[in-house]
Ligand binder design. Structure first.
Ligand code: AMP
Length: 192
């Protein structure tokens, strides 16, 4: 599950909490911790999270990381590993500017490196692709600034707790996935 997807869902369905979140998302700012934490608490309490889960894009601030520990102890779970995908800012800008997504199946494309067979149409289900409003150059620049100021400090937070694996996020989807799986297995001694 991805915190950004959960937020886009409550925005799209015009839930009151989504109306509050939208202005922050449009500007490339972080949505206030209380809102994100309320949504995550609800999501993690659902049945399908009982056997474990992967959260993408969360936590993004120190208070979120601290609150995550409380949520996990409430539901009797613990963090096994935190994956930090390390990608240079210039590559992030290139990737986000060329990103298009399918609203039906969620598949994402890079319009330059990995375009769909038919222009702006999903290969899997034929739905028209869209580009996110916050993938505009000015908003991307703000999101990167926010990341360095508010989220990057979490790398040290999780390093100090011996939970972090840093993965080189440059390269193809397949290469990066292989690295992530390898690093998680190395860290946890498991077979992810
Ligand atoms: P993402 O889909 O992860 O790129 O997130 C898109 C936007 O949703 C971000 O720019 C934030 O405005 C908001 N967002 C997603 N996750 C979080 C989070 N954990 N904390 C605060 N805001 C978030």
């Amino acid at each position: 599950m991805a915190s950004g997807d959960i937020l886009r869902y409550v925005v799209a369905w015009k839930f009151p909490i989504g109306l509050q979140a939208k202005e922050y998302m449009d500007a490339g700012e972080l949505v206030p911790d209380e809102i994100v934490l309320e949504l995550l608490r609800l999501r993690l309490a659902q049945d399908d999270a009982r056997q474990g889960f992967v959260v993408d894009g969360f936590p993004r601030t120190l208070p979120q990381a601290v609150a995550l520990d409380d949520i996990l102890s409430e539901i009797g779970q613990k963090l096994d590993v935190v994956v930090y995908l390390d990608v240079p800012d210039e590559l992030i800008v290139l990737r986000l500017s060329a990103r298009a997504s399918c609203p039906t199946c969620g598949r994402t494309y890079n319009l330059l490196a990995n375009p769909p067979k038919k222009d702006m149409v999903c290969d899997r289900d034929g739905t028209a692709l869209f580009q996110r409003d916050d993938d505009r150059p000015d908003v991307i620049a703000n999101r990167l600034g926010v990341f360095h100021r508010q989220t990057r400090p979490l790398v040290k937070y999780y390093e100090d707790r011996d939970l972090l694996v840093a993965v080189d996020g440059a390269g193809s989807e397949e290469e990066v996935l292989e690295r992530i799986v390898g690093e998680i297995n190395r860290k946890t001694g498991g077979a992810a």
